[in-house]
Write a protein that binds this ligand. Structure first.
Ligand code: AMP
Ligand code: MG
Length: 654
């Protein structure tokens, strides 16, 4: 099949230079099949490796044991080498007396005297059995009987406590088969046979290049509009994890000439090239155009029905895979694992990846785009009826977060949703996933970290997922979390939080946070004002004054709405989801004022005019109240330590 594919005429759109559009979107399966067909079968080069460096490599050829292990008949205990026939009548009541030979067989000592009938030789665990002896008696079953003799109180069967030569590994047998992945166990077997070097599949050398004018390497400082290069680190690590030898070549600016030079240089020395970014149609996205100049057959697929990951570009140049991953780190990670890892592992002689999987129930409906295989990151939690997979980065205000995800689930290209209640298969990011002891789902607050700190020190795993107050309440009602942090103001009762509790929930008082107007210190429009009402009046009086709002459903949004009284100044539609984003917008001059909480304003170095204290409390799922982690949280919340820390950060503990 492979030769057929590689020799087949290359479709025009794959060969042409103006590949600026995704002319054909291939299904995930088609794209992978074409990619593999263009690359395999191929010889896997091998190389000799010292045992110490062979961990994780695939063995290139069968290894035959050159010696017996153990190499001689060996004692398994400390005791005496005997002739079992001498002890046939031995018992507690009728011990048998034998003379000791004038020799002690320690480990590493070759015996020199035979064990004749009526004698025994002292022998240590690991010592070689002397001529004539056929069993070992444990020292515990003997006692001294004069200077040169012992009494033995038990009979011994032939072979007792003896490991025979070759009983572990027989010389001449196939010890390990080609293709096996070398782990510590295999290294142990090879070492036991005295093998210091093995022939392994050579790790493919994989050049990794990030592209983008905006990228800065971690460790350097960011200037405005720059971001850290995340993909470089992700891809380099994922290459090593999957049998490749990664060579990270840094981030290259979106510049045809520089990029082409880097790509050509990489292909000279490496077996594979993985780029990220520059694969969509945006200005400056050039890497996929360069591929067309680098060798045949060139682009195999550009545009794959994956979500995330549609702009993935797969190519083969002069027999070497060249891949451009999408720029967004999550997309880069998913496409790499789904589409590149199978190819990389095959090139490295490794078997397909077998990721750990669990089954978990999905508590909410997940909408999905028809026609694209979709990956959804999930956090796992212990629900009332088993594991729950909570989608992160999807739906009701959830915030995408790598850190919170334990794994992902896959929604088939032919499905337009995954209904609530589905028992889904979750692929774990690492096999050692630990379900959190405490699950906090709701509104986020920087104060939360201060209360959680002692729990983490006590070894409890706490997970907090920011979905906003209303999302948290819904999760609590469904029994998916322990606590839902909320700050919801009820207009009719003029009170916080209590009116929103449902059956089965009770309110645990948290702390108060001062909400207020933020502005850049020194802004003459706001300096000297003392009330939020005055500040908003001043802002509305200046048409060039831009605000930053908050998202619908946020407690803060309600407060802003009241102050604006129906006005919709410029910036009204900028509606970020967090206190920090409001502060960032003002600090970076994208907006001139907004509303956030005092600790965030202070941390961002902004001017602050207080409006009102808001109540940040916890809706506790009563059925979970007795769980140890819930109790630990309640204790931490009441503790002097966290109250002091909260006060220090600018909150007022309730
Ligand atoms: P692109 O495909 O180059 O248009 O990139 C799409 C998005 O991903 C842009 O927001 C880029 O800034 C971002 N991006 C691209 N490469 C990286 C990278 N190496 N690390 C982090 N973000 C990236
Ligand atoms: Mg880019």
């Amino acid at each position: 099949m492979s030769s057929e594919m590689t020799n087949a005429p290359i479709p025009k759109n794959h060969d042409s230079v103006d590949q600026d559009q995704f002319l054909t979107i291939l299904s995930r399966e088609d794209a992978l099949a074409r990619f593999e067909a263009a690359l395999f079968p191929r010889a896997t080069p091998s190389e000799p490796r010292a045992l110490a460096d062979a961990l994780g490599c695939a063995l290139a050829e069968d290894v035959v044991a050159p010696i017996d292990v153990p190499p001689f008949d060996r004692s398994n205990v400390d005791g005496f080498a005997v002739r079992s026939a001498d002890l046939a009548s031995a018992s507690e009541a009728t011990p048998v007396r034998v003379m000791l030979n004038d020799e002690v067989i320690a480990c590493g000592t070759a015996p020199t005297r035979p064990v004749l009938s009526g004698t025994a030789t002292s022998i240590a665990t690991g010592g070689p059995l002397p001529r004539g002896a056929d069993a070992i008696v444990m020292v515990e079953h003997t006692q001294p009987a004069g200077p040169r003799a012992i009494e033995i109180r038990r009979a011994a069967s032939p072979g007792q406590f003896v490991s025979y030569a070759g009983s572990d590994i027989a010389g001449g047998e196939t010890l390990l088969r080609a293709g096996i992945v070398i782990g510590s166990r295999e290294i142990g077997m090879l070492a036991a046979c005295g093998i210091a070097q093995v022939s392994v599949a050579r790790r493919p050398r994989v050049a990794v290049i990030s592209t983008g004018d905006e990228l800065v390497q971690p460790g350097q400082s960011l200037r405005p509009a720059e971001i850290y290069d995340t993909n470089g680190a992700i891809v380099t690590a994922a290459v090593s994890e999957n049998g490749g030898e990664a060579e990270f070549l840094g981030a290259i600016a979106d510049d045809d000439e520089k990029l082409e030079a880097a790509m050509r240089a990489a292909l000279e020395t490496c077996d594979m090239l993985v780029l990220s970014g520059g694969t969509s149609k945006g200005a400056g996205d050039v890497s996929h155009r360069i591929i067309a100049w680098l060798g045949k057959p060139g682009i195999i697929a550009h545009g794959v029905a994956l979500k995330p990951g549609k702009p993935l570009c797969l190519a083969v140049c002069g027999g070497k895979p060249v891949v451009i991953l999408p720029g967004f780190p999550t997309s880069a990670m998913f496409t790499f694992h789904d589409m590149i890892v199978p190819v990389l592992r095959r090139m490295a002689g490794l078997p397909p990846r077998s990721d750990a999987k669990v089954t978990a129930s999905v508590p909410v409906r997940i909408a999905s785009e028809l026609g694209r295989t979709e990956f959804v990151m999930v956090s796992l939690a212990e629900g009332d009826r088993g594991l729950i997979a909570y989608p992160s980065g999807k739906g009701s205000g959830a915030i995408t977060s790598f850190a919170q995800a334990d794994g992902f689930l896959r929604i088939d290209a032919l499905a337009d949703q995954m209904p609530a209640g589905t028992e889904a298969e979750v692929t774990l990011f690492t096999p050692h996933v630990r379900v959190p002891d405490l699950m906090i789902v709701g509104s986020h607050c920087t104060g939360l970290d201060l209360v959680i700190a002692p729990l983490a020190r006590a070894g409890l795993l706490v997970r907090s997922i920011a979905v906003g107050s209303l999302g948290g309440l819904a999760a609590a009602k469904r029994g998916e979390c322990d606590f839902a942090p909320i700050h919801l103001f009820d207009d009719t009762t003029e009170s916080y939080n209590v009116p929103f509790l449902a059956d089965g929930l009770e309110l645990v008082p948290g702390w108060r946070r001062m909400q207020g107007i933020v502005f850049r210190a020194g802004d003459a429009r706001f300096e000297g004002l003392t009330t939020a009402q005055d500040a908003v009046r001043a802002a509305l009086a200046d048409p060039s004054c831009i605000m930053v709002n908050r998202n619908q459903g946020a407690g803060t949004r309600i407060l802003i709405g009241r102050l604006l009284g129906g006005a919709r100044p410029e910036g009204y539609w900028n509606q970020p989801r967090s206190h920090n984003a409001v502060a960032a917008a003002v600090a970076q001059h994208r907006a001139d004022w907004g509303m956030t909480i005092a600790p965030v304003a202070r941390a961002a170095g902004l001017g602050f005019i207080p409006l009102a204290e808001e109540h940040y409390d916890f809706a506790l799922v009563r059925a979970r109240k007795l769980r140890p982690a819930v109790q630990a949280f309640l204790e931490a919340l009441a503790s002097e330590e966290s109250r002091a820390a909260l006060a220090q950060a600018g909150f007022r503990p309730a």
